[in-house]
Design a protein around this ligand. Structure first.
Ligand code: NAD
Length: 343
């Protein structure tokens, strides 16, 4: 069967050239494979010659995201809820643990499932890696920094998280997942890697997931008002999904357990993003303002010194290029109906 070619243009940087050797004929388990980042990761691993076993319970992911992969050589899909112990047939070299609702709307819809997948799901994925003598990578998040008091955020910053607020189901689950992963690393039972992913965007984000890029795109394409939270001065740092995927692969193969930030240090206000998307879509939409959600971080920007030093990684996709690729996808896939407010 023919090998899959990754749909997105991947950079040919020095880190990328060592990747085929690291992944060819290796087997990788990807939990959360049917999700936004997971599906791109599976595609990229297949293009590097890996065998990939995707595991997902389809809580927030979609089989459509895997449509091109399921017929490709080297890919197997397993429907499993990783909060219950699970296994896969045969040897495994890498376990990429991405399973978890990731957008604020999704974890508000599934609060207990989010806590469980961060806790029990991470434990089960770690135990799979331990049993198979595989290297484990945890997809953690910039949300472990909460509403940060240090800017930009280095990995040494311990964060400012409200442990009982509505976002805590995600933030604290990921903090616990990091503690679990560090425990396996410290006791020597499993070789682990922790990456803290900052806001990632790109094709396959759902129109209704509530994050700013898909929400603004859908609103602009539908000619609806573009709803910016607060006064729009809060910032995010947006990383295109192919850059994030390269970071995951670099982290998995690097000799550095982390945690390491993966994100784009170019900061943009939400109002600037709304204006950029409005201009790019030539939309007649007006920008309107809605209340800020509880505990919404005011600034978010990664310090990626460690990623540059230990992984040889940094993002290479300019925001405008990434938004254009996302727009092309949105024009084909987003329904033209009333949109969800963006964050
Ligand atoms: P997503 O919601 O698109 O994908 C998550 C996938 O996990 C979905 O396919 C979902 O069905 C699956 N899943 C959830 N619970 C599960 C369970 N119990 N068993 C099996 N599968 C389960 O989210 P995403 O944006 O692709 O995020 C992927 C990972 O990256 C998450 O762990 C998230 O925390 C992390 N992350 C993402 C971002 C981002 O900007 N997208 C930022 C920081 C961290």
């Amino acid at each position: 069967m023919p090998r899959l070619q990754a749909a997105l243009p991947y950079p040919r940087d020095p880190a990328a050239t060592t990747l085929p050797a690291a992944f060819a004929r290796r087997t990788a388990v990807v939990t959360g494979a049917a999700g936004f980042i997971g599906s791109h990761l599976c595609e990229r691993l297949l293009s590097l010659g890996a065998e990939v076993i995707g595991v997902d319970n389809l809580l927030t992911g979609r089989l459509d995201n895997l449509a091109g992969l399921r017929s490709a050589g080297g890919f197997r899909f397993q429907t499993d809820d990783v909060t219950r112990p699970f296994t896969v047939a045969g040897p495994v070299d890498f376990v990429f643990h991405l399973a978890s609702p990731a957008s604020p709307l999704d974890y508000a819809r599934h609060p207990l499932a989010t806590l469980k997948v961060g806790a029990m799901g991470t434990l089960n994925a770690l135990e799979l890696a331990e049993t198979k003598h595989a290297r484990f990578l945890l997809a953690s998040t910039s949300e472990v920094y909460g509403d940060p008091l240090v800017h930009p955020q280095p990995e040494q910053y311990w964060g400012n998280v409200n442990p009982v607020g509505p976002r805590s189901v995600y933030d604290e689950a990921k903090r616990y997942a990091e503690a679990l992963t560090s425990c396996f690393e410290r006791t020597g039972s499993t070789r682990t890697r922790i990456v803290r992913i900052f806001n990632t965007y790109g094709p396959r984000m759902r129109a209704d997931d509530g994050r700013a890029v898909p929400a603004f795109l859908q609103q602009a394409l539908a000619g609806e008002p573009i709803t910016v939270a607060g006064d729009g001065s809060q910032t995010r740092s947006l990383c295109f999904v192919s850059d994030t995927v390269e970071g995951l692969l670099a982290a998995a193969t690097a000799d550095y357990p982390g945690p390491v930030n993966l994100g784009n240090p170019d900061e943009i206000t939400m109002l600037q993003l709304a204006e950029e998307i409005r201009a790019m879509t030539s939309s007649a939409s007006v920008v309107t303002f809605v209340p800020l959600p509880t505990d919404d971080p005011k600034r978010r920007c990664p310090d990626i010194t460690a990623a540059r030093a230990h992984l040889g990684w940094e993002p290479t996709t300019h925001l405008r290029d990434g938004l254009r690729q996302t727009l092309v996808w949105a024009q084909k896939h987003f329904p033209l109906q009333a949109a969800t407010p963006g964050r």
